[in-house]
Write a protein that binds this ligand. Structure first.
Ligand SMILES: NC(=O)C1=CN([C@@H]2O[C@H](COP(=O)(O)OP(=O)(O)OC[C@H]3O[C@@H](n4cnc5c(N)ncnc54)[C@H](OP(=O)(O)O)[C@@H]3O)[C@@H](O)[C@H]2O)C=CC1
Ligand SMILES: O=C1O[C@H](COP(=O)(O)O)[C@@H](O)[C@H](O)[C@H]1O
Length: 501
């Protein structure tokens, strides 16, 4: 692991006028500052082409800075560390000025080894240019400590990822690059390794001998919300499945790393990805949302920025199969969709049935790990119905964070956690180049088959529904067994469980 950055760091956010900077990057920097996780001695520079004054820039970012128990003066304190510079991305002039600003700050505070963190909140088309000029002007001397955070998308297929890599790798080493997949910063995703490897009973059951099927599901209760033009060029598989969901998949299925060392963790992720069978483009459920049944919510094609005859998938479900000793024969279904009935991201691990014998009927155990909203881990277990009954019912062991942990816990937002990790020089929760290469090798032929001119058409599903009609059958065909109706009651079990008195 690299050394943590110290108290005198220049943090430069490129694309500071944009959406990500406003909604995520600056609020995350503020969150870290508010919680005492970012020294109050750093300088933060927003850089973009838009001609904004310092005050206009601060007015843009201020509304998204959240106080959480702190008083208002914290916001002013934070903003006093920030300044804004406008300049081009593709000419020397802005970078020369930026260098002057960094050097002036470093001289003023007698910094012997300059530490500079560059956050590229920019469209990927600008990455290579900005990195080239950064290297030329702000990272040309030896002995500097530089970290560069880049945002997804990291290409749209194997070839474009490799092109991006060819552009960036001569400029910055893998140690200097921090590729963000913000799902790796989510609390419950970070908990996966502890859950799996810190609990003997879970570790022992975490394999094909006990697990029948796994689902990782991503649901959003809203559509493309004005981002249709962008979404239309990528679709749901590139938007959240090849990246966020695949990261969850690798943490869930990889072997035990020797330590929490970033390379040890990332080595194991790569190994499990290499054992995944090519994805079958024929065994997939694809959908595109249409207007809601009451007509109040628009369909995907109603977005003016979307191609009128677009076949873009806003919903997809498919299974991954891992050929190794642990997982042979266990289907792992990834399903994701926009404009569904709810917003929820969760993992469902369904266990094999117990031998019936003494039981007339008995349900399967299921471990549910809810990533969002309201983080929770609960295990569905069979238990005797309380009282005079001798029958069993399905109930749960429940760790819902909001019930178990007081509000005093600060659970960092994903971007807060990741910027802090980068500051500390910890790469564990960032994506390594070979992970991306192997994941694009897996997804590129699959996407090419789906997007071919004679490829499948998405099934329409209404905005606000559960998704394409065939979902239940699809899950059943991949080993998931729905529990008998009425056998599981949430949140409070009443005496009529299973229809009994
Ligand atoms: N927005 C979000 O919620 C998320 C975004 N991302 C990723 O983060 C990055 C930034 O996203 P976002 O802030 O939404 O993007 P924006 O489109 O808002 O772009 C950010 C800034 O970059 C500059 N810019 C825009 N287009 C170009 C261009 N063609 N060439 C050079 N500069 C340009 C603009 O600043 P100016 O003209 O002032 O220089 C703009 O304010 C992207 O890679 C995106 O995929 C990832 C996850 C979520
Ligand atoms: O990267 C993306 O992620 C968001 C979902 O992130 P979350 O933290 O809100 O779950 C998704 O809405 C967006 O389309 C995608 O580009």
């Amino acid at each position: 692991m690299a050394e943590p950055f110290g108290d005198r760091v220049s943090l430069v956010v490129f694309g500071a006028s944009g959406d990500l900077a406003k909604k995520k990057t600056f609020p995350a920097l503020f969150g870290l500052f508010r919680e005492g996780q970012l020294p109050s001695t750093v300088q933060i520079v927003g850089y973009a082409r838009s001609n904004l004054s310092d005050e206009e820039f601060k007015d843009r970012i201020r509304p998204n800075l959240k106080l959480r128990n702190a008083d208002k003066s914290k916001i002013d304190e934070f903003l006093s560390l920030c300044s804004y510079m406008h300049g081009p991305y593709d000419e020397d002039s802005g970078y020369v000025e930026l260098l002057d600003k960094c050097v002036a700050y470093e001289k003023k505070h007698n910094v012997a080894v300059p530490e500079r963190l560059f956050y590229l909140a920019l469209p990927p088309s600008a990455f290579a240019t900005v990195c080239r000029f950064l290297k030329k002007h702000l990272n040309s001397e030896s002995g500097l400590k530089t970290r560069v955070i880049v945002e997804k998308p990291f290409g749209r297929d194997l070839q474009t990822f490799r092109e991006l890599q060819e552009n960036l790798s001569p400029l910055f080493t893998e140690d200097e690059l921090y590729r963000i997949d913000h799902y790796l910063g989510k609390e419950m995703v970070k908990n996966l390794l502890v859950l799996r490897f810190g609990n003997e009973f879970l570790g022992a059951a975490w394999n094909k001998n006990h697990i029948k099927s796994i689902q990782i599901s991503f649901k959003e209760a809203f559509g493309t919300q004005g981002r249709g033009g962008y979404f239309d060029t990528i679709g749901i598989i590139r938007d959240v499945m090849q990246n966020h969901m695949l990261q969850v998949f690798t943490l869930l299925t990889m072997e035990r790393p020797v330590s929490f060392d970033p390379e040890a963790v990332r080595d194991e992720k790569v190994k499990v990805l290499k054992a995944v069978e090519p994805i079958d483009p024929k065994d997939v459920l694809l959908g595109q949302y249409s207007a809601s049944e009451d007509g109040k919510e628009p369909g995907y094609l109603d977005d003016d920025t979307v191609n009128k005859d677009s076949k873009c998938f806003t919903y997809a479900a498919f299974a991954l199969h891992i050929h190794n000793e642990r997982w042979e024969g266990v289907p792992i279904v990834l399903r994701a969709g926009k404009a569904l009935d709810e917003s929820k991201v969760e993992i469902r691990i369904q266990f094999k049935p117990v031998a019936k014998g003494m039981f007339k009927e008995i349900q399967r155990n299921e471990l549910v790990i809810r990533i969002q909203p309201d983080e929770a881990i609960y295990m569905k277990i069979n238990s005797k119905i309380p009282g005079i009954s001798t029958e069993t019912s399905l109930t749960d062991l429940d760790l819902t964070y909001s019930k178990r942990y007081s509000d005093d816990f600060w659970i960092p937002e994903a971007y807060e956690a990741l910027i802090r990790d980068c500051y500390l020089g910890n790469h564990s929760n960032f994506v390594r180049d070979d992970e991306l290469d192997i994941s694009w090798k897996l997804f590129t032929p699959f996407l090419e088959a789906l997007e071919a001119a004679d490829g499948p058409k998405p099934e329409l599903y209404s905005y606000g529904s559960k998704g394409p009609k065939g979902l239940r059958e699809f899950l059943a065909s991949h080993g998931y067994v729905f529990s008998d109706e009425g056998t599981y009651q949430w949140p409070l079990t009443t005496p009529n469980v299973k229809g009994k008195i």
